[in-house]
Design a protein around this ligand. Structure first.
Ligand SMILES: Nc1nc2c(ncn2[C@@H]2O[C@H](COP(=O)(O)OP(=O)(O)OP(=O)(O)O)[C@@H](O)[C@H]2O)c(=O)[nH]1
Ligand SMILES: [Mg+2]
Length: 178
């Protein structure tokens, strides 16, 4: 529980046997439920289960597909999403700040920008930063949003939010769509 709210973390995973260990070791202790939506061919689901996560098997491939399936199974009041490769801060030190901001401002949905974080050039080469800035700029023009990272995979929202949206894409465009 965090400030009387039950928190569910949803993680999509595809062949992440290394990454999932790293991520699940760091999950903040106040998170009530961890759902790993898995389409792997390796032993990611066994590892996730052994580390206390609830594994939902999704045979249909796709990043968006995994999230849509995950969202249908949430029991918490607030959903936090993150990748299985350690990109996003879901630990004791960082997550409270983001959740406090979400609750203090009574938000329905928050998209967390990655850009305050430092990335190596291998993970975030200049062409990726440029592409992201361009898409983020265009999305802000088209939808008048205040986005800083339109391709973020870390969102925080009230559990009923996906039910109010018409989410279509099963693949990578799910980030922009949501
Ligand atoms: N269940 C499921 N998860 C997926 C699928 N494809 C990707 N994922 C997961 O979605 C998350 C994001 O995928 P990544 O491959 O890290 O994508 P990315 O962060 O854009 O790319 P990288 O820079 O290579 O990390 C990871 O946790 C993947 O394991 C899929 O088809 N099914
Ligand atoms: Mg990644």
């Amino acid at each position: 529980m965090f400030r009387d709210k039950k928190i569910t973390l949803v993680i999509p995973s595809y062949n992440e046997s290394e990454g999932i260990k790293f991520v699940l070791q760091r999950v903040a202790s106040f998170i009530d439920e961890v759902l790993v939506v898995d389409s792997s061919q390796d032993n990611t689901p066994e590892i996730a289960r052994s580390m206390g996560a609830t594994v939902i098997r999704e045979e249909r491939r796709g990043y968006g597909r995994a999230y849509k399936t995950g969202f249908l199974n949430v029991k918490g009041d607030i959903v936090v999403t993150a990748d299985a490769d350690g990109t996003y801060p879901i630990g004791e030190n960082d997550l409270p700040r983001i959740l406090n901001f979400f609750l203090d401002n009574n938000l329905d949905f928050l998209s967390a920008s990655r850009f305050p974080m430092k990335f190596s050039r291998e993970i975030m080469p200049y062409r990726r930063i440029f592409g992201n800035k361009f898409l983020t700029f265009m999305s802000n023009v088209l939808f008048r949003g205040g986005f800083r990272d339109i391709l973020s995979g870390m969102w925080i929202f009230k559990k009923d939010v996906p039910y109010k949206l018409k989410l279509i894409d099963d693949g990578w465009s799910f980030s922009e769509e949501i």
